[in-house]
Design a protein around this ligand. Structure first.
Ligand SMILES: [Zn+2]
Length: 331
């Protein structure tokens, strides 16, 4: 199939992991970061995770430089706008961008300035590139629960104005859903949609608890769902959608290879699998590459592709009007 030509939906993309390398290199020089590299090629090694990356935690170190330069309104808006431009060129018709606002307060920006800078980049991208975008506010599990409350409470005024959902991300430990139950339940009450990173690094039970305690409608990764029979059953019963990110899962050692990834097994068993990039720069990928790899390895064919596109449309946090438009692209 001609993948590049097909319309695409991206539901799981981290802004700070998807900064155009040339821009990141330029901005790191402008911000005076001494990185000891002279060319973009050398620079890429600092911001891209190697295929033989050892763990999720090593993978997460690759975000440092992006977070250092994403401390001004101009830089944040530019980076968001360029991401919209890049994915639109790949024929992505709808993207949900996620980021953790509290990583961008180091040089004095307020929460509002940070979130508005991203929304402004998304809106400009929508106007210029014929693509739709929404924003997911991520709460870092490495931060205290109070920080998650802060994101949920301060972000609520942007619901319906660019922000659609909350997410919990970063390093995954057993039992995190219990810890973050109160702020995520509050988010639900305030009208946020819920997606949670869970079952990425070996703990299937986190998937179960994310659905039961946090009301997750979508699960980021969910690779290990099958290790917890109750989680697996609940995914099917409640039609919870998996945001699978194949290359990222290989890099973080969630799976040993693309072939060993359980996504096909899940898909064939009726679980709603969608394919996403996670981090276009850190994983040196884009949606075309992800689908090309899966097609080359005979993991998915064109009919599967169309089915996953429709899963993506239905699971998106877009308005019904936008969904209607997205459905029309595949026929
Ligand atoms: Zn992620």
């Amino acid at each position: 199939m001609e993948i590049k030509r097909l319309p695409k939906i991206e539901l799981h993309c981290h802004l700070d992991g998807s900064v155009r390398p040339e821009t990141l290199f330029e901005l790191s020089k402008k911000e005076g970061l001494d990185l000891g590299v002279e060319t973009v090629e050398e620079f890429r090694k600092l911001v891209e995770a190697p295929q033989d990356c050892k763990s999720l935690d090593e993978y997460l170190e690759k975000f440092d430089i992006a977070n250092k330069v994403m401390q001004t309104k101009e830089n944040i808006t530019r980076i968001t706008y360029e991401l919209m431009e890049d994915v639109a060129a790949d024929n992505v018709k709808y993207i949900e961008i996620r980021f953790a606002p509290l990583l961008h307060i180091n040089k004095g920006l307020t929460f509002e300035e940070i979130v508005e800078s991203v929304i402004s980049g998304i809106k400009r991208g929508e106007e210029e590139f014929g693509i739709h975008g929404n924003l997911i506010l991520s709460c870092m599990r490495t931060m205290p629960v109070e920080a998650c409350f802060e994101v949920v409470e301060k972000g609520a005024k942007y619901l319906g104005k660019g922000v659609v959902a909350v997410d919990l991300c970063s390093s995954e430990r057993a039992g995190f859903p219990e810890v973050f139950k109160a702020p995520i339940n509050l988010a639900k009450k305030l009208g946020y949609r819920i997606t949670i990173h869970a079952g990425e690094t070996g703990i299937g039970e986190n998937v179960l608890k994310s659905i039961e305690l946090l009301d997750a409608e979508r699960i980021g990764h969910g690779v290990y769902s099958k290790d917890c029979p109750e989680a697996y059953k609940l995914l099917k019963e409640k039609n919870v959608v998996l945001e699978v990110c194949p290359t990222s899962n290989v890099q973080t050692k969630a799976v040993v290879s693309y072939e060993e990834h359980p996504m096909k097994e899940y898909f064939e068993d009726g679980i709603k699998v969608t394919i996403n990039t996670d981090n276009m720069t850190v994983s040196n990928t884009d949606l075309n590459k992800e689908y090309e790899i899966l097609e080359d390895m005979n993991i998915f064919n064109e009919d599967d592709y169309k089915q996953m596109y429709m899963y993506g449309v239905e699971a998106s946090f877009a308005t019904e009007e936008v969904k209607e438009k997205l459905r029309s692209y595949i026929y």
